[in-house]
Design a protein around this ligand. Structure first.
Ligand SMILES: [Mg+2]
Length: 258
């Protein structure tokens, strides 16, 4: 006897009633393959067309990323999806990039932390200044991890910025209560079905928020994207696990319906 495929039942509330359904997705590792040079990341083939189709059918389709929203615009402008960058500290409204008012006053502090890291941070740590956040990468240099963590924690103590664990990196962000979980709560308010797709530790707050929406009666779908670097906790908590961004495209096509 074969086990029935659970996927159709999991996605039916979305496909059958997209006007009361929301999709939120991460970008790197989810819509785009992970690459060594973050600037060269691009959506997988098929992503922009399926996002446009979803945006025309669903109540809300949001991309929520740790990237600056200006970068997301270069990849996803014209799809009709809402773009939210720096974990919700900035987003696009019409043609304009809007920043969270509580985060804006930290811009100079973040710039100072980025400059200090360039000048005096651990050797081979790579600093990515994103405007309202700064990321310290150890990609390709796993032995640097604890040095990079110590640097980030020291800078957080000095500045009041907050350390977040990210993919092969530590990130300093303003102490503003925005993450992928608050995005899920905002987008999912009043909706019957809410889905989030992600591949990394920064996506766990979105799964936490889905747990709360599910407890309140919504149909929640947690999609984990498998990769070499995907944390076990994320995959364990996922209702559906897909293989890399290519698997995401196949799932999004199913969610878009016929
Ligand atoms: Mg990711």
């Amino acid at each position: 006897m074969t086990t029935p495929d659970p996927l159709p039942a999991l996605i039916a509330p979305f496909v059958d009633d997209p006007g009361r359904a929301v999709l939120l997705t991460d970008f790197d590792g989810t819509l785009a393959d992970i690459v060594d040079d973050p600037a060269s990341a691009r959506p997988r083939p098929g992503v922009t067309s399926v996002l446009a189709k979803l945006a025309s059918r669903y109540a809300r389709v949001w991309v929520v990323s740790g990237r600056p929203v200006a970068f997301l615009l270069t990849c996803l402008a014209g799809t009709g999806v809402r773009l939210s960058g720096l974990y919700g500290l900035e987003w696009v409204e019409g043609e304009e990039i809007v920043t969270h008012p509580d985060a804006e006053r930290w811009r100079a502090t973040v710039a100072d932390a980025a400059a200090r890291a360039e000048a005096a941070g651990p050797d081979r740590m790579r600093t990515e200044h994103k405007g309202l956040s700064v990321t310290f990468h150890y990609r390709g240099e796993p032995e640097l991890r604890e040095q990079v963590r110590a640097w980030a924690e020291g800078e957080a103590a000095r500045t009041g910025l907050v350390v977040h664990l990210a993919r092969m990196s530590f990130e300093l962000r303003p102490p503003v209560d925005r993450d992928k979980g608050t995005a899920v709560v905002d987008a999912g308010a009043g909706m019957a079905a809410v889905c989030f797709l992600g591949d990394d530790a920064g996506d766990l707050p979105a799964f936490d928020a889905l747990d709360r929406l599910a407890a309140a009666g919504a149909h929640a779908l947690r999609v984990g994207v498998r990769s070499r670097e995907a944390p076990a906790e994320l995959l364990d908590r996922a209702d559906v696990v897909v293989d890399g961004p290519a698997g995401v495209v196949l799932l999004l096509e199913k969610l878009a319906g016929p």
